[in-house]
Write a protein that binds this ligand. Structure first.
Ligand SMILES: C[S@@+](CC[C@H](N)C(=O)[O-])C[C@H]1O[C@@H](n2cnc3c(N)ncnc32)[C@H](O)[C@@H]1O
Length: 247
């Protein structure tokens, strides 16, 4: 079986995707609050840091930029901060209407286009973008190899991929992280959101997600070159970067 998200052990990719969408629709009202709280405010720094890694592309006024799994729009907004005045809009795409509605309200005056769509079947022609990003969204896809292939397809030759994701560190920091992530976070998240199952899915989805070595191998298999991973905060998260070969 291809690795991908499987909430509550769903048997098929279609059922798993529907379940993921339901989880995000249901936690959308409390998502921002919980995100900032449970990450202890680090999420904001990480979105900014990831966006700055693509300054070169983002500085080009005509750069075509897509942020998939954009949720309530914070990564999209971080990308916009690196855009020049008068530059082309950034597209934020998500399949949860509830998450996307919040992005539209929060960033009403931003130079962004919000699109309801499935990251596994992007509604764009081959070679449409110069940069495709995802923050804490990619690990929710139900087939990682196909998710990477879809990003590769919509990138133009020389286009960049940026995937900011959680990681499971090893050693002593991994032990502390494991306790927080497996024990504290699901309880806190469940209490505040009123949805214990949704916050049980979070550590589960991180545990299933490939470690950097395996993810970089999958990126190479999808055709990406110059791929690398930068670990953030004792490797608790990190940014995967790569490029679609020039041709
Ligand atoms: C953890 S949230 C991350 C949101 C945002 N990028 C952030 O950093 O806060 C994951 C998002 O991925 C979206 N998502 C998961 N699978 C998706 C898919 N196949 N297509 C589009 N969006 C998807 C969910 O709806 C959710 O909004």
């Amino acid at each position: 079986m291809n690795p991908g998200a499987r909430p509550a052990g769903e048997a098929t990719e279609a059922a798993a995707a529907e379940h993921v969408r339901e989880i995000f629709d249901s936690i959308a009202p409390k998502y921002d609050l919980l995100n900032h709280l449970l990450s202890m405010g680090l999420d904001r720094r990480w979105w900014g840091r990831a966006a700055r890694s693509f300054r070169e592309v983002l500085a080009r006024p005509d750069a075509r930029v897509l942020d998939i799994c954009c949720g309530t729009g914070d990564m999209t907004s971080a990308l916009l901060k690196e855009r020049p005045a008068g530059g082309a809009a950034v597209t934020g795409l998500d399949f949860s209407a509830e998450m996307l509605d919040r992005a539209r309200v929060k960033y009403e005056s931003a130079n962004a286009v919000w699109v309801k769509g499935d990251a596994m079947h992007l509604p764009y022609a081959d070679g449409s973008f110069d940069l495709v990003t995802s923050a804490f969204g990619f690990r929710n896809l139900t087939n990682y190899a196909e998710g990477l292939a879809e990003i590769y397809r919509v990138l133009a030759p020389g286009g960049r991929i940026g995937i900011l994701e959680c990681n499971q560190p090893e050693g002593l920091s991994g032990f502390g992280y494991g306790i927080y992530f497996q024990r504290v976070l699901p309880v806190l998240g469940g209490l505040i959101s009123g949805d214990r199952a949704a916050y049980g899915y979070l550590p589960e989805s991180v545990a299933r997600f490939p470690r950097p070595k395996q993810m970089l191998k999958m990126m190479a298999e999808a055709g990406f070159v110059e791929s690398a991973w930068d670990g953030y905060l004792l490797r608790a998260a990190g940014l995967y970067r790569g490029m679609k070969a020039l041709g």
